[in-house]
Design a protein around this ligand. Structure first.
Ligand SMILES: Cc1cc2nc3c(=O)[nH]c(=O)nc-3n(C[C@H](O)[C@H](O)[C@H](O)COP(=O)(O)OP(=O)(O)OC[C@H]3O[C@@H](n4cnc5c(N)ncnc54)[C@H](O)[C@@H]3O)c2cc1C
Length: 432
């Protein structure tokens, strides 16, 4: 039998020891740990947050309303992030990246989305869906040739998985790639909803797209997916249309891409033929985490706006924050915001980029944070009354942008499905 007993005190509180029946004592743990801020676990993370917050305030915030209103993507602003080292945040330093971890990626998405989720989505499509994918799955030759360009902002990247007739059912995708006698690949099909698919109003395609295509079936008759790096100027690659009139995320470009006998060199196949389901699953985890981080930024900003307004606005001789129904919006908003922050950064601290295996929590955080963000933005509109309903006060835009998080990168229903499936395989996760 052992007991926990205090043996000393220091600045971080009492130090505990295990006391064994023979009287031996073994220092064990602190009764009160030094406070840990899981959202800023190191000095470097804190500095990164401050840098991105300052930059966002100066450059992102002033342009957010106009770009949303006119459905315009701010290409120069995205390119300028190369100078800050943010475009290749998780890519190795030897190829021009910053080599940072999942917490750092989460911080950057949270901070930018607190001002402009639409712009943050364009950043995510470039840095997470393209750059991170290539950094962890590309060949050395592909990384050496392409990563410096996408890390600096010279090239803009996108990832094309979804199609007009297949989204959640990813194995139902119809784009095909067939290898020719000369070794090149012939791609045919259409991709839909591709963020950064075009980079301006003239339909200029992204410089490089990570394209998933069918390359046949395996021995058991299952669909094989492979990845191809399609570069601007390759014959048969074009933009079908820029998709206008989206509910939210209007500051990002969304496009349909067309591959019509598109010829792709053999060197642009990523990894081995049929290997791409693994790339896709691994990269979806950081995608879902960073989409959740965008939800956190939306929630934080919405809470800030409604809290301020509830103090400033008077009705019936009182500040409206004195009314119980307003208190419910603020109180519940705060609790949801803190819960999402804790779950998101707990997941980020444990997620190893480039390795699959964290789907339970990357789906879990996105399931929770996307709806929580939408609800908190909705509360902010309600608290702010008519002002909340117009663009100048920001929260209606945040609410529209938040809705996308329940669809893009996996729908709520796909998260329900994945979580239930993963808990069937590993029920012990609940008690671990
Ligand atoms: C603004 C925007 C940006 C996007 N950016 C990109 C991008 O950069 N790259 C990219 O590849 N894609 C992108 N997407 C596509 C996005 O990932 C898909 O829209 C999403 O995966 C859902 O696919 P879908 O639209 O085809 O809907 P579907 O998959 O057809 O789903 C329709 C409905 O059926 C439900 N459903 C489907 N299967 C099941 C099931 N098994 N059980 C229960 N319900 C089910 C869904 O949850 C949903 O409610 C973007 C979408 C938008 C709107």
């Amino acid at each position: 039998m052992t007991n926990l007993i205090p043996i000393a005190n220091d600045i971080d509180g009492p130090l505990l020891a295990l006391e064994y029946t023979n009287g031996q004592k073994e220092p064990s743990q602190r009764l009160r740990m030094a406070p840990v801020d899981i959202a800023n676990p190191s000095e470097e993370h804190m500095m990164l947050r401050e840098m991105v917050r300052d930059w966002t305030k100066e450059f992102v915030e002033p342009q957010a309303l106009e770009h949303d209103k006119h459905e315009r993507f701010n290409l120069p602003l995205l390119r300028s992030m190369g100078e800050l080292g943010l475009l290749g945040i998780s890519a190795p330093e030897e190829f021009g990246g910053a080599g940072l971890d999942a917490v750092a990626c989460t911080i950057v998405h949270e901070e930018i989305a607190a001002s402009d989720p639409g712009f943050a989505l364009a950043y995510l499509a470039h840095s997470m869906l393209f750059v991170n994918n290539l950094a962890h799955n590309g060949t050395d030759e592909q990384k050496a040739r392409i990563l410096p360009k996408v890390c600096s902002g010279e090239w803009i990247g996108a990832m094309a998985m979804s199609e007009p007739d297949a989204g959640t059912d990813v194995l139902g995708l119809g784009t095909t790639a067939v290898q020719q006698e000369d070794g090149t690949w012939l791609l045919n099909g259409r991709k839909m909803w591709i963020t950064n698919g075009c980079i301006d109003e003239e339909g200029t395609p992204a410089d490089v797209v990570w394209v998933y295509a069918r390359t046949g079936k395996d021995a058991k008759g299952r669909v094989q997916l492979s990845t191809f790096l399609v570069e601007a100027g390759m014959s048969g690659y074009s933009v079908g249309q820029k998709i206008y009139d989206k509910t939210g995320m209007r500051a990002s470009n969304t496009a349909e891409l067309v591959f019509d006998d598109c010829i792709v060199p053999a060197a642009n196949l990523v990894g081995e033929v049929g290997e791409s389901l693994i790339h896709m699953m691994g990269n979806l985890e950081i995608e879902r985490l960073t989409l959740s981080a965008m939800g956190l930024g939306i929630a934080r900003r919405s809470l800030e706006e409604m809290n301020r307004y509830a103090t400033d606005r008077m009705a019936f001789g009182s500040q409206i924050r004195d009314f119980g129904q307003i208190q419910r919006h603020i109180g519940e908003g705060w609790a949801k915001y803190r819960a999402m922050r804790a779950y998101i950064y707990d997941t980020a601290n444990n997620l190893q980029i480039g390795k699959a295996g964290q789907r339970l929590d990357s789906d879990g955080v996105k399931l929770f944070a996307s709806t929580a963000a939408k609800e908190i933005a909705d509360s902010a509109i309600q608290v702010m009354g008519g002002y909340g309903y117009v663009g100048e006060y920001n929260v209606e835009r945040l609410w529209r942008d938040a809705k996308l998080l329940e669809i893009g990168g996996g729908t709520l229903e796909s998260h329900h499905k994945n979580i239930t499936r993963d808990l069937f395989k590993d029920g012990d996760a609940i008690t671990r």
